[in-house]
Ligand binder design. Structure first.
Ligand code: SGN
Ligand code: CA
Length: 511
């Protein structure tokens, strides 16, 4: 595909954009951590209501096939900065350090006269580069009274992490920036990352609510290759009672084990007032849990409900954050000249296949929420089915700013898609590659996803899977070995090889 075709310039934008009168647009990215599209009502109204994030879908574009190249935190963030796959930006898994000397979109915008700022989750180990101002969480960060790293050192801030990150963003927008320049700001939430600690004000949201279960909550992992069975990310066997679900024993001292220590790591950061509100919310639930003495599937069902309650409470604060930011844009008149994107570093399992976490090429993991509002340049209420990716964000931002895209970036600007136009030659297949060994025990794999199929190769075990997502949207049965799919397998393998070549992927050796 000739990527140059997709590079638009301000000069090529239709008349509607003349409202900008030559002013370069601001860029505002709200980036959450582990936010499943299943938990945004604009995508799926079954679980929760997110009125503020939904505004972006109503006033802008909702992408229903927004994908990530490597479904885990630090790698996804490195892709969003560089527009390059993990094997080229150097962050293959969460353990590697990002090389901040490489070109990134914030650097290019800054050189072109933008004011750039970053607040919140970062997770790339090296200090941020390319920002006029930054204040980031160390590593995964904490939910309560978190520490922040700044160029001057570390400081602890009293409060709840999502609200603090929002306030830092708004404070910089209001008081910190040079108003003669356009801005690019990244508001990056820790929430709703594990261990799903809600804000004091949300602790009773969803009390008494029973969430619908996914149809495959009790998956037995038959009809697939061995990795689906061998992971450790099940609500049943791997989600812990204390740290993950805040279920402490009542009437007895908690066991002094690793789970309790993890719980204390977060709970121990709270001040006395926060602890009082917290305990008052969880103690009665935990007493009821002790009395119920649940076993087997009933216990899994209960864990699922407790998981969803806390996860969705965290999202309620993220949605408030989006509301505060959108209100600020409205109140200042900046909304008209700002591209706002809401996305997450990857998707997340909310009980599908019995799981939490992400990492797989399977749908709930590879697909991430992506909503974009750009007044005058995006069709309000449009739902885009074309495959876009986190990889496309840097080029989209540079394109919006009217800047040249470096030739070695590997995505495509999705500005034409915002207008409702899918350029001929837009990607029909997408390459995925997961590299992290260890936590959650997901086998290394790469694969290709099209509108119709997902082909995965677990190169550490030598196994393959093929899913016909039109017939099997929940991906419960691999049809890789079925004779009627032989041609599909052959064609997809050829496409996989073509993509690996085009994207300059080195050979993956069986491990
Ligand atoms: C932590 C979590 C994992 C999670 C990774 C990566 N464990 O290690 O469940 O998969 O982060 O998440 S925890 O016990 O510390 O909560 S990522 O989003 O940063 O990639
Ligand atoms: Ca994440």
């Amino acid at each position: 595909m000739n990527r140059r075709r997709f590079v638009t310039t301000l000069g090529a934008i239709p008349a509607a954009a003349s409202a900008f009168q030559g002013r370069r647009p601001n860029i505002l990215l709200i980036f959450s951590d582990d936010h499943a599209y299943q938990a945004i009502s604009a995508y799926d109204g079954r679980l929760n209501h997110t009125p503020n994030i939904d505004r972006l879908a109503r006033e802008g574009v909702r992408f229903d096939n927004a994908l990530v190249t490597n479904s885990i935190c630090a790698p996804s963030r490195a892709v969003v900065l560089t527009g390059k796959y993990s094997h080229l930006n150097g962050v293959l898994d969460n353990r590697q350090t990002f090389d901040g000397a490489q070109p990134t979109f914030p650097k290019i915008l800054r050189q072109a006269g933008y004011q750039t700022a970053l607040f919140g989750k970062w997770h790339l180990k090296s200090n941020p580069t390319g920002f006029d101002v930054w204040e980031v969480l160390p590593g995964q960060g904490s939910y309560y009274n978190p520490d922040f790293l700044t160029p001057e050192g570390s400081k602890r801030r009293e409060g709840y992490v999502t609200d603090l990150i929002t306030s830092l963003t708004l404070d910089w927008l209001e008081n910190g920036r040079d108003r003669s320049k356009p801005f690019m700001v990244m508001c990056q939430h820790k929430a709703p990352h594990r261990n799903w600690m809600p804000a004091p004000s949300k602790l009773h949201l969803y009390d008494g609510v029973t969430f619908p279960e996914p149809p495959n909550l009790f998956d037995n992992y038959e009809h697939r290759a061995t990795p689906a069975r061998k992971q450790s990310m099940e609500i049943d066997r791997h989600m812990t009672l204390m740290a993950d679900l805040k279920i402490l024993p009542t009437g007895a001292a908690p066991p002094q084990d690793a789970d309790y220590r993890r719980y204390l790591g977060e709970y121990g950061r709270m001040n006395e007032a926060q602890k009082r509100v917290w305990d008052a919310a969880y103690r009665p639930r935990n007493e009821a849990f002790t009395r119920a003495n649940l076993q087997g599937r009933d216990l899994v069902r209960y864990k699922y409900q407790r998981y969803l309650q806390d996860y969705l409470r965290c999202i309620a604060s993220v949605d408030d954050s989006a509301g505060r930011i959108l209100n600020w844009l409205d109140a200042t008149g900046e909304a008209e000249n700002t591209l706002v994107v809401y996305t997450s570093d990857q998707g997340f399992y909310l009980g599908e296949h019995g799981w939490f976490d992400k990492r797989w090429i399977y749908e709930e993991s590879i697909r991430t929420p992506m909503l974009a509002r750009f007044p005058g340049r995006a069709r309000a209420g449009y739902v885009c089915e074309s495959m876009v990716a986190n990889l496309d964000l840097p080029e989209t931002f540079l394109d919006a700013a009217g800047l040249r895209v470096p030739a070695d970036m590997q995505g495509h600007s999705f500005l034409p898609l915002l207008r409702g136009e899918t350029p001929s030659g837009w990607r029909q297949s997408f390459y995925y590659h997961y590299y992290e060994r260890g936590e959650h025990d997901v086998a290394l794999h790469y694969g290709v996803r099209t509108d119709h199929y997902t082909l995965a190769h677990y190169y550490s075990t030598g196994e393959w899977e093929l899913f016909d997502r039109m017939k099997d949207p929940h991906q419960m049965r691999s049809v890789y070995a079925e004779a009627s799919y032989a041609d599909v397998v052959k064609n997809l393998k050829a496409e996989l090889t073509r993509l690996q070549h085009e994207l300059r992927v080195p050979d993956s050796k069986p491990i």
